[in-house]
Design a protein. Structure first.
Length: 290
C-alpha cells in the first residue's frame, strides 16, 4: 500500500474528522475512518462496499466465519449482510485508518458491458484480498482531488468510475462482478433488501418481497439466504434490533419505547430477541454502554 496514500488520508482526517474519527467527504459514497484504540463489537447490516485498510487491523464476523485484515488489504462486501466488526489493532500513535467506498451496481453494469465481462456465479458476500496497486493509485488521485473543490466537482465522477474499473479488472473482480449483472440474483435480491431497509417496522409478507424481486417464493428464499446468510424474516428482525439498540444507546430511549418504535408489539419478545443477538438484555446493555 502506498505510504503516500496514507499520508494524504491522514492530512484529510486531521482537517475534517468528527470527534468519532469519521470524515464524510464531498464525494458521494467516499468515507474515511480513523480509530485511536481497539473497539468493542459493532453490529450492522452492511451495504456493498470496498474498504481499503491503510493502517491498523480489524475483524469482521458474519455467520460462523471470521475475517481478519490489516494494512494493505481490502475488504469487499458484495451484498447486504449482517456483520459484527471490531477494531483489533489501533493506538493514538498508529490509529486504525481505512478508506471506504460504496459500490455502485449501475456503474459496475456499465463497465461490465464495455469490458464484455461475464458475472461470477460465486455468491460468497465477503472477501479479503490484497489491495491492487491500480486501486490504491486511483484512490490516491481521488483523495488529492478533495483538496481542489472546483476540480472535484467536475472530475470526481470519472475517478470514481476508474476506481470501480480497477476493482472489477483486478483480483477483486470475481467478488463484485455479480453486482453488475443487471437482472442477476444479486440485483433482484437488492430490490427486496431496499424495501426491507425502508419498511422494516412494518409487516412484510415474504410473498410481497419475492414479487419485488421478481422471483417465486421458494427461489427468493434460497437466493436471499445465499446472499445474506439470513432468511427475510431474520434480516428484518436484525434491522429492527440494530435500530432499537441505536435508539437506546444513542438517543436514550427506554427499552419499551425502542421496541414499539421499531415495530415490536411485545416488549418481552423484544427483550428475548435482543438478548439473543447482543448477549445482554436491553436495559443492562444500555447501562453498560453508558
Amino acid at each position: 500500500m502506498s505510504t503516500t496514500l496514507l499520508e494524504v488520508v491522514r492530512d484529510y482526517l486531521d482537517q475534517h474528522a468528527d470527534p468519532d474519527g469519521l470524515a464524510q467527504t464531498p464525494i458521494p459514497g467516499l468515507t474515511i475512518i480513523r480509530t485511536l484504540q481497539p473497539s468493542g463489537l459493532d453490529y450492522a447490516i452492511t451495504r456493498p462496499l470496498a474498504c481499503l485498510v491503510l493502517q491498523g487491523g480489524k475483524q469482521v464476523m458474519t455467520g460462523a466465519r471470521t475475517f481478519t485484515f490489516s494494512a494493505g488489504d481490502s475488504l469487499l462486501i458484495t451484498a447486504d449482510v449482517p456483520t459484527v466488526s471490531q477494531i483489533i489493532e489501533a493506538s493514538p500513535e498508529a490509529p486504525y485508518i481505512s478508506l471506504v467506498i460504496d459500490l455502485n451496481p449501475a456503474l459496475l453494469t456499465e463497465l461490465m458491458e464495455e469490458m464484455k465481462s461475464a458475472p461470477s456465479t460465486d455468491e460468497a458476500p465477503i472477501r479479503i484480498e490484497p489491495t491492487d496497486v491500480e486501486v490504491a493509485e486511483a484512490a490516491l488521485r481521488l483523495m488529492r482531488l478533495l483538496g481542489r473543490p472546483a476540480s472535484a466537482a467536475v472530475l470526481h465522477a470519472s475517478l470514481v468510475r476508474e476506481l470501480h474499473y480497477w476493482l472489477l479488472a483486478g483480483r477483486h473482480g470475481s467478488a463484485i462482478s455479480r453486482l453488475g449483472w443487471p437482472d442477476g440474483h444479486a440485483q433482484r435480491i437488492a430490490r427486496a433488501v431496499k424495501v426491507l431497509r425502508t419498511e422494516f417496522t412494518q409487516p412484510l409478507p415474504v410473498e410481497h418481497l419475492a414479487a419485488v424481486a421478481g422471483m417465486s417464493t421458494s427461489s427468493f428464499h434460497q437466493h436471499f439466504r445465499n446472499q445474506t446468510s439470513l432468511t427475510p424474516l431474520q434480516f428484518q428482525k436484525q434491522l429492527r434490533l440494530i435500530e432499537a439498540r441505536r435508539l437506546m444507546l444513542g438517543e436514550g430511549a427506554t427499552a419499551s419505547s425502542a421496541a414499539f418504535a421499531v415495530g415490536y408489539e411485545s416488549v418481552s419478545q423484544f427483550s428475548r430477541e435482543y438478548r439473543r443477538l447482543f448477549g445482554l438484555p436491553p436495559a443492562k446493555d444500555a447501562s453498560v454502554a453508558c
